[in-house]
Design a protein. Sequence first.
Length: 155
Amino acid sequence: MTAIKSANTSSEMVRSTTSPALRTAFRELELYDTGDVTGADEVFAPNLIDHNASPDAASGIDGMRASIVAVRDGFTDTEHRILFYRELSDGWVVIHWQMTATHTGAAFGFPASGNQVAIDGNDIMRVVDGKITEIYHVEELLKLTQQISADAQQA
């Protein structure tokens, strides 16, 4: 299988891909862009294993719902662009993405700043029967908090 580079949004990728596993993986990112918490039930398996859950976060699908809510409530104009993706064997999918947004609500302990943010992240997920059963994810959270607190640091 060849690696694919892209700069399309997650929504564009959901509509254009023919692979069920990739469509599910792109749909996961689209949930963060739309803030669609109810969509978690169609994307994540009830027994989801999140290998990188925050120590203070709920686990599994409840943790994913909480993450979607946190992004929805803290940011507007959220958009994930797919920079690289590859479908592997056994339902595994790798995605490298960039998220841009405006920090318009309380997030990560910071009040709304109005700052534009841009971070990259990587997701490795396993899709079985159209649902994500396992996920590893890494986001540039330090970079994100630096961007949303930039005005406070300069004051």
